[in-house]
Design a protein around this ligand. Structure first.
Ligand SMILES: Cc1ncc(COP(=O)(O)O)c(C=O)c1O
Length: 483
């Protein structure tokens, strides 16, 4: 289906633009809106005649603005069919809500890949595989089908919730092939075409597409000031819930990706009450929950405040993403629906990987080692940025794996494109933004060894120093809401 924009909507989006000369101001405004994702790619722009009438500018002004937009790569003109929003090749990455590592074929010698918040496995991992191999034979006589997972692992996961203050029966657990797959199963099970799903923005990009593919229309709930303390703008969230009445709300209360915020108990209680008032089911992503980097008390699981919540979790962050093991914790009454949805996607998670996870999940030495490693890496990265890029701003997170950094000026999309040539791969802010924008931000995970992080910051600082100072791409238009 082709998306199109009405001239009135375009007028709201462009708002006041500089008119000296008007064609350049209009082109600049449209370019920013397309570049930020606020006019989605492939959207048909209104006809020149309609725009000239609505904006009260000459037809010539619009024609010239469109021609220049096409010349800059931000639109394509199809003969007789109109003008469509596009982005130049070097910016396309910012519009793909899919983070993936550069490892493998694309990796080049000496390049530093900071796309994904994933670490190498810890030293105890290989021995755990060996122990799991010893246990494997007693499973080989069966047919291997376990759509909800290995009973021993389900019991272990349930026990961990109970220990955190949320009584959980193993029957409430379904093991999945990671938290992203778990999210896709929930989206598929709960969304009917046209349902709305509220999602934090900025957010882990791959989940944006997972929810969309589940059939939901996304409603962004912007996070609060990323440099402040509150994390979530609960007034804004309550208003969004009241106005849009979404069916599902996706949230990452524990060390939010990318901002690193941890939701307090009081915030959880208030958020849960607001969701209950609109009968919105919380889909709580706890992928980063175990990555606490201070000794401060950990709040209760969100589901302890919201009994109808569906929680997804994972071992990817704590142990190793190569294991591909995650889970869903849901109210018993929903399990059948979730199992049916899962069976449309895959029939279960590899039993061997589940056996390995049962070996590692409760290994306190492995867990302590991971936390200590990430604490040191976080501090090394933060220290290097303070030293080499003193005017970049960030908040030191108490957990999780990422710094969310604000540039003093300029475009993160442009900077990250330049960084590719210096062999540093970093995702720009718009990738994390549900509706586009956030082009003054970028995310750096502290997942590589300290020396590599310091080297990366050195290269970033050099590229930054060579980047000509230019005004921040900010524009006073209203934000588009994608429903
Ligand atoms: C919030 C969040 N959810 C899900 C995932 C994906 O996790 P998994 O590897 O378990 O699919 C990530 C990975 O970065 C994440 O940060």
């Amino acid at each position: 289906m082709n998306r199109s924009l009405t001239p009135e909507h375009l007028a709201t989006l462009v708002g006041q633009f500089p008119r000296k000369p008007a064609y350049r101001g209009l082109r600049q405004a449209l370019q920013e809106l397309i570049g930020d994702g606020r006019i989605p790619l492939g959207t048909r722009l209104p006809s020149e005649r309609a725009v000239s009438q609505t904006l009260a500018v000459s037809r010539n002004t619009v024609t010239r603005a469109y021609v220049d937009l096409v010349a800059a790569g931000f639109a394509t003109a199809r003969q007789g069919a109109g003008t469509y929003a596009a982005v130049p090749q070097d910016r396309q990455r910012a519009h793909q809500h899919a983070l993936r590592s550069h490892a493998g074929a694309q990796a080049s010698e000496g390049s530093i890949d900071l796309n994904c918040a994933s670490t190498a496995a810890l030293p105890g991992t290989a021995p755990a595989y060996e122990r799991a191999l010893e246990r494997l034979p007693c499973y080989l006589g069966g047919d291997g089908h376990r759509p909800t997972g290995l009973p021993a692992l389900r019991a272990l996961i349930a026990q961990r919730y109970t220990q955190r203050g949320l009584a959980t029966d193993p029957e409430q657990i379904m093991v999945t092939s990671g938290a992203l797959a778990a999210t896709a199963v929930v989206a598929r099970a709960l969304s009917r075409p046209g349902d709305r799903a509220m999602i934090e923005s900025p957010v882990y990009p791959n989940v944006i597409e997972a929810l969309r593919l589940g059939g939901a229309r996304l409603v962004a709930s912007p996070m609060g000031d990323a440099l402040g303390d509150a994390g979530w703008d609960l007034d804004g969230i309550e208003a969004t819930l009241r106005q849009t009445r979404p069916h599902l709300a996706y949230l990452i209360p524990d060390f939010q990706n990318p901002t690193g915020f941890l939701m307090s108990d009081a915030q959880r209680a208030r958020y849960a009450a607001a969701l209950q008032a609109t009968r919105t089911v919380p889909l709580v992503d706890e992928s980063l929950q175990a990555i606490a980097l201070t000794d401060a008390p950990i709040p209760l699981p969100f589901a302890a405040h919201a009994p109808d919540a569906i929680t997804v979790g994972s071992v990817s962050k704590l142990l190793w993403s190569g294991l591909r093991v995650g889970w869903i914790r849901a109210p018993q009454a929903l399990m059948d629906r979730l199992i049916k949805a899962r069976l449309q996607l895959d029939l279960g998670t590899a039993l061997f990987d589940q056996l390995v996870v049962t070996e590692l999940l409760d290994d306190s030495e492995v867990l302590a080692a991971r936390r200590e490693q990430l604490r040191q890496r976080r501090d090394a990265l933060a220290g290097a940025i303070r030293e080499r890029l003193p005017d970049w701003r960030f908040r030191l997170p108490a957990g999780g794996m990422t710094l969310w950094l604000q540039l003093p000026e300029g475009s993160a999309t442009q900077l990250t494109a330049n960084l590719e040539t210096a062999g540093v791969h970093v995702p720009p802010g718009p990738m994390f933004s549900v509706e586009g924008g956030a082009d003054q931000w970028l995310r750096i995970p502290y997942v590589r060894p300290e020396a590599e992080l310091i080297e990366a910051v050195g290269r970033i600082a050099e590229v930054w120093a060579r980047t000509p100072a230019r005004p921040t791409a900010r524009h006073e238009g209203a934000r588009a809401v994608i429903l």
